[in-house]
Design a protein around this ligand. Structure first.
Ligand code: FAD
Ligand code: NAI
Length: 471
């Protein structure tokens, strides 16, 4: 391309961070191109992450509910059978509909979609190895790196996505394994473990820490969630570290040891899911050619306007700092373009919700009790169980609770933690509350429709600064 054809912005990576930035840039009148090597847009989230996993979570829950939770509702069902092939097809349909939708949005917003792998040639030039063969070069005034992340491998186990799998294999198994071991009781382990447990696998989750769900999940909520998932048949080994794996025979085996050292144990399974976290992905990006380095965890270093040390090159999404979440990537996509076009942007990292889409769902925003204690903050706690909520009772879906943490002096909400039906939708209200600096009394004095699950949210707020009515 000649100088005259310079783009205003080229984005490497068409995942959530990249495609959202591309659309925003197109809407802002920038001449923009997005390079994606996967052959479809939407990145990890749409192709092998959020969307396919939620499809399987939804439909496996329905299957499990039909098997175990219909009689007391007055529904007699006959022969219930799993057709895994069709369940996978339903998943594929949601994925392809959404990824194609983004191609449409690119066209609508004048974003050029370049299908290929991009690598820095120099600070303004990206060489692209095209999927359909051949090469091209794009020059740009500004470049965003939005290359995302990949599953962290486990040393000693070779990922074949059939017997030793990451989440990518876990959304595509062709039969229900008899025994599945999940290494890592974080969000992926629990979501995908749930899917296969509901479909009939004997699932054992081995987790290094003393609680499931990762450190962001409030300890009380994590404990309750573990109890509820155990009732659904999942087994847990906490405070246990997987030290070795062996996939050389018919069964895959792993060796575990108590986290604090001690007794070794060997466990066998047909399928082992490695879910020990994800790491930034910059392979083949040619960062060396422009003198950009990553930090000790592989993340691209940026300032608070997403600029790398080369100011016209910015980085957003999983490949840089912060939680590896699609909605965080999306916020950054918009903000980075706004920094470029207007000089200001906005992401409130204190108000990014987390949701685990098990049943019941777990959702939280802000700080948990452990974090508040560590920071020496005095706080009030208010909670309300779904078992005392009228809608949960009519739905026969009463497990879980809502818990508020607010500043002891000002009553400003510091954290909201929910395990229960529709927690993932309910947390939006909590996020808005934190974004607006609301107090628990603000929520408690806001009318919530009856009968809805959201009344449990209101009553937990009431219990924080005063007393709940129904409990
Ligand atoms: P990615 O989505 O990883 O996109 C990066 C893209 O860049 C990829 O498509 C890749 O092919 C492309 N790329 C890389 N290098 C190059 C190159 N050199 N040239 C061209 N293209 C390149 N988050 C949630 O918020 N909610 C969820 O429910 C959720 N569920 C998940 C379930 C699973 C199983 C997984 C694995 C993740 C889940 N996540 C979820 C996390 C979410 O997927 C990520 O946070 C999100 O995809 C990050 O977006 P991104 O654009 O930064 O990166
Ligand atoms: P994670 O970081 O959430 O959990 C990994 C777990 O593995 C940790 O609890 C860790 O203690 C444990 N672990 C690590 N090494 C171990 C060992 N040797 N033995 C035993 N346990 C070990 O990572 P996960 O679940 O792989 O997810 C990756 C990312 O994907 C997360 O950052 C998450 O935000 C994102 N994601 C988000 C979803 C959502 O928002 N619903 C769904 C799925 C993924």
């Amino acid at each position: 391309a000649s100088e005259a054809e310079d783009k205003d912005l080229v984005i490497i990576g068409g995942g959530v961070a990249g495609y959202v930035a591309a659309i925003k840039a197109g809407q802002s009148g920038l001449k923009v191109a997005c390079i994606e090597k996967r052959g479809s847009l939407g990145g990890t989230c749409l192709n092998v992450g959020c969307i396919p996993s939620k499809s399987l979570l939804n439909n496996s829950h329905l299957y499990h509910q039909i098997l175990h939770d219909t009689k007391n509702r007055g529904i007699e069902v006959g022969d219930v059978k799993l057709n895994l092939g069709n369940m996978m097809k339903a998943k594929d349909t949601s994925v392809s509909g959404l990824t194609k939708g983004i191609e449409f949005l690119f066209k609508k917003n004048n974003v050029e979609y370049i299908k290929g792998t991009g690598a820095f040639k120099d600070e303004h030039t990206i060489a692209v190895n095209l999927i359909d063969g051949g090469e091209t070069e794009v020059r740009a005034k500004n470049i965003f790196i939005a290359t995302g992340s990949e599953a962290t491998p486990f040393p000693g186990l070779t990922i074949d996505e059939k017997r030793v799998i990451t989440s990518t294999g876990a959304i595509a198994l062709q039969e229900v394994p008899k025994k599945m071991i999940v290494i890592g009781g974080g969000i992926i382990g629990l979501e995908m473990g749930s899917v296969w447990a509901r479909l009939g696998a004997e699932v054992t989750v081995v987790e290094f820490m003393g609680q499931i769900g990762g450190p962001g999940m409030d300890a009380e909520i994590a404990k309750l969630t573990q109890k509820l998932l155990s009732k659904q048949g999942m087994k847990f080994k906490l405070n246990t570290k997987v030290t070795k794996g062996d996939d050389s025979s018919d069964v895959v085996s792993i060796t575990t040891e108590a986290a604090k050292g001690g007794k070794e144990e060997t466990l066998d399974a047909d399928v082992v899911l490695v879910a020990i976290g994800r790491r930034p992905y910059t392979y083949g990006l040619g960062l060396d050619n422009i003198g950009l380095e990553t930090d000790n965890r592989g993340r691209i270093e940026i300032d608070n306007e997403y600029r790398t040390k080369i100011p016209h090159i910015r980085s957003i999404g999983d490949v840089t700092f912060g939680p590896m979440l699609a909605h965080k990537a999306e916020e950054e996509g918009v903000a980075a373009v706004e920094y470029l076009t207007k000089g200001t942007g906005h992401v409130n990292y204190g108000a990014i919700p987390s949701v685990m889409y098990t049943h019941p769902e777990v959702a939280w925003v802000g700080q948990n009790e452990h974090e508040l204690k560590a920071a020496n903050v005095k706080y009030n706690v208010g909670s309300f169980p779904f078992s005392a909520n009228s809608r949960a009772k009519t739905n026969l879906d009463t497990e879980g609770l809502v818990k508020f943490l607010s500043d002891a002096k000002t009553d400003r909400i510091l954290g909201i933690h929910i395990v229960g039906p529709n927690a993932g939708e309910m947390i939006a209200e909590g996020t808005l509350a934190i974004e607006y600096g609301a107090s628990s009394e603000d929520i408690a004095r806001t009318s919530h429709a009856h009968p809805t699950l959201s009344e449990a949210f209101k009553e937990a707020a009431m219990a924080t600064y005063d007393k709940a009515i129904h409990y």
